[in-house]
Ligand binder design. Structure first.
Ligand code: IPE
Ligand code: IPE
Ligand code: MG
Length: 258
């Protein structure tokens, strides 16, 4: 119960050290993929949805239990109104066309982010999709939409403050574990592997708390071109790393042979 957040992540690794249990992906580069081909940006986003389908299938086949995909950040509202509108429409269409298959494959679908800014139609659809798949015990698929790491921390702080004010929680009891139970991904171990396509080396306000000890994999490949083969390369890179969680190399080696 008093396990620190990093211990929680360390523990999750023991059953299958070579394969990440939770993968978080910043799917970047759709716009540039389209521009290179003289196409409108939305064509890149559409192709991006095809890659999402492939990625989910690969992870599900490999029995990776948790996959979190960054689809729309809290800052993406700053884009031209037309692109935002088309992205929202694409989101509606994608849920519509995919949810039955996800359900059939025993995948639990969940949206993380501030849903309040979405239209009623999309909110309803998300809630229905979440309800339909809520008892599935295969992979948990988190789609981060209108998500921001800072928003997540603030909404957690707010709920925790409310619980302190109403005497549900005493302030002395607040520790890393308790705090993290208020965050969006409280039902998942922290990501083991973070993948960002599109050549940028930044977090862009994705999971700020949860990435504390995550392994990072960056590639210049634009998201619509991120093939299954390249995903295998990312997994191989992950498998070759030694995760030390603050310890020495010798300690980690000794624990492995114990
Ligand atoms: C990522 O691709 C998808 C979203 C942010 C919705 P981009 O649209 O950011 O593509 P680039 O970075 O402009 O190429
Ligand atoms: C991050 O990509 C968000 C998503 C992939 C959904 P951005 O393209 O928005 O990131 P920045 O603006 O280049 O940092
Ligand atoms: Mg981008």
């Amino acid at each position: 119960m008093n396990m620190s957040a990093s211990n929680k992540q360390e523990k999750g690794m023991h059953n299958s050290a070579a394969l990440p249990q939770h993968i978080a992906v910043v799917m970047d580069g759709n716009g540039r993929w389209a521009r290179k081909r003289g196409l409108p940006r939305i064509a890149g986003h559409k192709k991006g949805v095809d890659m999402v389908r492939t990625m989910i299938a690969s992870c599900s086949e490999k029995k990776i239990p948790y996959l979190t995909l960054f689809a729309f950040s809290s800052e993406n509202w700053r884009r031209p109104e037309k692109e935002v509108k088309l992205l929202m429409e694409l989101f509606v269409q994608a849920i519509d066309s995919e949810i039955k298959k996800l359900h059939k494959n025993n995948i639990r679908f969940q949206v993380i982010g501030d849903k309040i800014r979405f239209g009623d139609k999309l909110i309803n659809q998300i809630e229905q999709a979440e309800a339909l798949t809520k008892n599935n015990d295969g992979m948990l698929l988190n789609i981060a939409a209108n998500y921001g790491g800072r928003w997540d921390l603030v909404q957690a702080a707010k709920s925790l403050a409310e619980d302190v004010v109403s005497n549900k929680v005493s302030a002395e009891k607040i520790n890393e574990d308790l705090f993290s139970s208020y965050l969006c991904l409280s039902d998942c171990p922290e990501p083991d592997l973070f993948i960002r396509t599109g050549g940028e080396h930044r977090i862009s306000n994705f999971l700020l708390w949860q990435l504390a000890y995550t392994e990072f994999y960056f590639t210049d490949t634009l998201w619509p071109g991120f093939s299954t083969e390249e995903f295998e390369v990312a997994l191989l890179s992950f498998a070759q790393r030694q995760r030390r969680f603050g310890k020495t190399e010798e300690q980690v080696e000794a624990a492995r042979h114990a």
